[in-house]
Design a binder for this molecule. Structure first.
Ligand SMILES: [Zn+2]
Length: 163
């Protein structure tokens, strides 16, 4: 059995800025509204697999770290990040961006593609669910980058992480 949340309808969304280094179009700084869609497979503990409200709170917590920020993939080998006291310089080939540090969400991923953001969000959510007493066997997450396109991944919680 599973339950699911549609991020657009359930308002599990965030708006953020990013770029894909060296991409002809997406290499320029730009933004999207993202939605986090989640399906949770498991066995009911009492009435629920997981209370919708609890699941929404968990996802909203992850969204709030990213919302209205510039997302920077800390492990992207194509970019060089120099952190100063209150600003950050990001070098990508010939391009140099200087941004206030408070505007940036540094995320430990290798790209800010929908695929990488999905792996990050799914991993964070899996950690939250694993610390609960819930009997969840599988987590499916799909991040929509605007309406009509997205990337999904799956984590089997019984046998550890498999993305
Ligand atoms: Zn984009």
């Amino acid at each position: 059995m599973w339950i699911e949340l549609d991020g657009w309808m359930a308002k599990l969304r965030f708006s953020a800025c990013h770029l894909i280094p060296h991409h002809p179009k997406c290499g320029r700084l730009h933004g999207h509204t993202y939605a986090v869609n989640v399906r949770v497979h498991g066995t009911r503990t009492g009435e629920f697999i997981i209370d919708f409200e609890l699941l929404k709170e968990m996802i909203a917590q992850i969204c709030s770290r990213l919302d209205h920020h510039v997302i920077v993939a800390e492990n992207d080998p194509r970019i060089r990040i120099t952190k100063n006291d209150d600003s950050v310089v990001i070098d990508i080939g010939e391009k140099r961006y200087q941004l206030p540090i408070e505007d940036i969400a540094f995320i430990p991923i290798d790209s800010t593609s929908a695929e990488s953001l999905c792996i990050y969000v799914a991993g964070e959510l899996a950690r939250m669910i694993e610390t609960s007493d819930l009997d969840v066997s599988r987590l499916e997450v799909r991040i929509d980058e605007g309406i009509g396109q997205g990337a999904g991944c799956m984590i089997d919680l019984d046998d550890g992480v498999s993305l």
